[in-house]
Design a protein around this ligand. Sequence first.
Ligand code: NAD
Ligand code: FE2
Length: 373
Amino acid sequence: MQTFKISTEVCFGGDALEALGRIRAENAVIFTDGFMAKSGGADRVAAYMKQCKTIHVFSKTQPDPPVEMVAEALRFLLDVQVDAVVALGGGSAIDAAKATVLIARQQTGREIPLIAVPTTSGTGSEVTSFAVITDREKGVKYPLVSDSLLPEVAILSAELVKSVPPAITADTGFDVITHALEAYISTGANDYSDALAEKSLELAFAYLPRAYRDGGDMEAREKMHTASCLAGMAFNAVSLGVNHGIAHTIGANFHIPHGRANAMVLGEVMAFNAGIEDGHVSLATEKLANIARRIGLDVFSAKGGAAALVRKIRQMQRELGIPASLTACGVTEEAYQKALPHMIESAKNDACTATNPRPVTDEDIKRILSRVK
Ligand SMILES: NC(=O)c1ccc[n+]([C@@H]2O[C@H](COP(=O)([O-])OP(=O)(O)OC[C@H]3O[C@@H](n4cnc5c(N)ncnc54)[C@H](O)[C@@H]3O)[C@@H](O)[C@H]2O)c1
Ligand SMILES: [Fe+2]
């Protein structure tokens, strides 16, 4: 038996932030990053939280939240005797809030509802039972997985994404595409997750270039916010693949933003999964060709269609200014060689790699990495 569950309530549309008015708390915490605190995002959200007596702001979350930051945030939540948390920010702020609230619930025995308000269209973290925490010393990103990490409510307000600059729009948008593609061809994929992934990909391929070119294009911003959430629902149900396994280790070793790391290897990984170079044609090849068809590319065979999709991904990478190589991101040959054995091991053992449609060897990971060196 398989099951499919979406437990987070998703509020969307022009007045979605009104849902914050439902939160009743003595001590609510807005959990965010420095940018959102300084740019007025936290104040804007606080203004909707009319039934909260005191609103505290924790604004020290950092990209790729490190273990030490979670410990600091936990002390903050316990000190103010938190009874509700609003996570406001990109995947980093939301993941940090998810992990911290989980521990605070365990330590206090209180329920502490978590409401996620994403300000990037990328991770889908607002609807997933994942939180990625980084051990900087060991150079490892740990995807924590538990249904207890699921936010009770996700509030999608595209207005909050308007200020995302083009480079971050591109990085996070490629995270969406990677989530949807990996979920679509995951070994766990089913008709329910496929429906979510297909819609997500149709939206992302159509609207990401528009959101990148004009951040004020609200139709594009809204569609990308939806695409991100749909992809989150899809991969939450059926997990991801080796693309994320490799991106996690690239991010942890070289501090390259998560979406960019995904984007850099996406063409290589999908070409590998589709068996484009070695003729390993499989269900993944057919499914990737199906996506090519759905986004309007000419498809005459499974392999040809998958190859057209890979070309489209590479073309979009160039158009959206994604660096083509680790070298272009400032990684030296010495640093690459030093990290390589650990990266291969880490990508192979990453929880996401387990559901990759094609079994992956050390040599495969090494080759994929060498092509983006
Ligand atoms: N939990 C999950 O399911 C899941 C899935 C994929 C990735 N992740 C993790 O999420 C993290 C990445 O999240 P992300 O890609 O959303 O980036 P992020 O949260 O790290 O944010 C990137 C940058 O964008 C800025 N930013 C955020 N919103 C903005 C806005 N509205 N205007 C201007 N700037 C803004 C932030 O301040 C930050 O500097 C990584 O740690 C990744 O591993 C989690
Ligand atoms: Fe991701």
